[in-house]
Design a protein around this ligand. Structure first.
Ligand code: DHB
Ligand code: FE
Length: 279
């Protein structure tokens, strides 16, 4: 059966794509953020995952405000980066893993998660930039399965529901008849708000408590309603739901192998975590 090796969570600010293109990794503004990644890359080089299940939110590329699935999953042989604005250079396409996609779809739907199944899907900065941070040569060594969570348009799935989705993903991966090593990536957050009178809102105390909870008390965030999360983390800070899904997919004892936290990148409190799964 497949083995879940761990979760990596990271922010996904579009400006990161611009910084990569302009080679600003050592620039004083960017260095504290990019410095969060070498330890994660070292772990990846040692563990060598075969497949990455990537939990993120689509920012209007596949689903706009007229059609917004709560949970969607890719079942395509390949996922291409598409132009979403921002002026970010395109990255090479990502290979899919149709066997794991369909196993997840069958398992999740049997487990009462009514996923929208996407046999075509393009991917935006929330998928491409975390991958480019993990593998800067952009020669992707993993096959991928994208999972989109609606963190964009109310009503959003609750933190409690997202946690249960993550647990269901974890069970599904572990029942996948394969010897693949599977990692789960969660992207977005942490606190940020891009519009309205609270534009620029950041809540370091809440972010650090949330990160700590993922190791020590992973259901902690499930006590909050989505409006509570907006209040605490900002209208786009609710992207932390993607982190919660990725963490909840870990089935064993979880250890924190690395983390970083830096304010701000663009409008966002930018953070990473590497959590290893011991089964
Ligand atoms: C920013 C953050 C996001 O999560 C996003 O999707 C777009 C922009 C920002 O901080 O600029
Ligand atoms: Fe975002």
């Amino acid at each position: 059966m497949a083995r879940i090796v761990g979760s990596i969570t990271t922010s996904h600010v579009p400006a990161i794509g611009g910084a990569i293109a302009k080679r600003l990794q050592s620039d004083p503004y960017w260095k504290p953020f990019f410095d969060g990644f070498p330890p994660i890359r070292k772990w990846l080089a040692e563990v060598k995952p075969d497949i990455a299940v990537v939990v993120f939110n689509d920012h209007g590329l596949n689903f706009f405000l007229d059609k917004q699935p709560t949970f969607a999953i890719g079942a395509a042989p390949e996922y291409r980066n598409a132009d979403e604005g921002w002026g970010i250079p395109m990255v090479p396409p990502f290979a899919g893993d149709l066997d794991l996609s369909w196993h997840l779809i069958n398992s999740l739907i049997a487990d009462e998660f009514d996923m929208v199944t996407c046999q075509e899907m393009t991917v935006d900065h929330a998928f491409t930039l975390p991958m480019a941070l993990l593998w800067p040569d952009q020669k992707w060594p993993v096959r991928t399965v994208p999972i989109c969570v609606n963190t964009v348009q109310f009503p959003l799935p609750s933190a409690k529901r997202c946690y249960k989705l993550g647990q269901s993903i974890g069970r599904a991966i572990e029942s996948f008849d394969s010897d693949a090593r599977v990692m789960v990536i969660g992207t977005g957050g942490l606190s940020h708000q891009l519009e309205g009178t609270r534009a620029g809102f950041i809540n370091k105390e809440f972010d650090l408590k949330f990160m700590d909870s993922l190791i020590k008390d992973p259901t902690w965030a499930t006590q909050f309603s989505d409006l509570d999360l907006v209040e605490q983390a900002g209208t786009q800070g609710v992207e932390l739901l993607n982190w919660l899904v990725a963490r909840a997919a870990l089935t064993g004892r979880v250890t924190l192998e690395h983390s970083s936290f830096h304010i701000p990148i663009s409008n966002t409190a930018a953070a990473t975590m590497l959590m290893e799964n011991h089964v």
